[in-house]
Design a protein around this ligand. Structure first.
Ligand code: S3P
Length: 169
């Protein structure tokens, strides 16, 4: 059986959009981890952070991932911080094919400048916050099986690249 396909990378890189398109192309199920968490809690991610805190969110993220990653034939878009969890990362690296979608911070910053959904970017300087988060996480994202440089290429090309790599052994 094919391994599940996992997308990781920073907020705003396009994991959910690309994941959904990929799943259609590959005839696989699509699981958006953040959406699954929101459904389980009947709360938005923003309100989970606000009302229950990040620690609670991270525990929930692990719990839901543990349930979801067992669903066969799935494309799973992780949240930007999921791959930082050792538990999630080890499960992904052992059982799935993983892709790090990487994109310049400037581009991410302009994409996210109006986002009200991202609790970790609630301060003033989004670009600076993104740099800090990226610096802390890039080595861990780099443990994914494949890195896809998403700068200056459109979605269809990104999807083609991932499809090709996913099919390769
Ligand atoms: C987070 C990214 C978000 C969401 C939460 C925390 C992060 O997901 O899980 O706000 O730690 O980078 P997206 O990457 O889908 O925005």
């Amino acid at each position: 059986m094919n391994k599940n396909l996992i997308l990781t990378g920073m907020m705003g890189v396009g994991k959910s959009t690309i994941g959904s398109l990929l799943s259609k192309k590959l005839n696989m199920n699509f699981i958006d981890l953040d959406k699954s968490i929101e459904k389980e809690e009947s709360l938005s991610i923003k309100n989970i952070f606000k009302e229950k805190g990040e620690k609670y969110f991270r525990a929930l993220e692990e719990k839901i991932f543990l349930e979801k990653f067992k669903e066969p034939n799935s494309v799973i878009a992780l949240g930007g911080g999921s791959f930082i969890s050792l538990k999630i990362r080890n499960l992904v690296l052992k059982n799935c094919k993983s892709f790090w979608l990487d994109l310049d911070i400037r581009t991410l910053s302009s994409r996210l400048s109006n986002s009200i959904k991202r609790p970790l970017l609630s301060g003033n300087n989004i670009e600076e916050n993104l740099y800090k988060i990226y610096k802390d996480r890039k080595d861990l994202y780099g443990l994914a099986d494949f890195k896809i440089d998403c700068n200056n290429i459109d979605r269809t090309v990104i999807i083609k690249k991932i499809t090709k790599l996913y099919a390769s052994k």
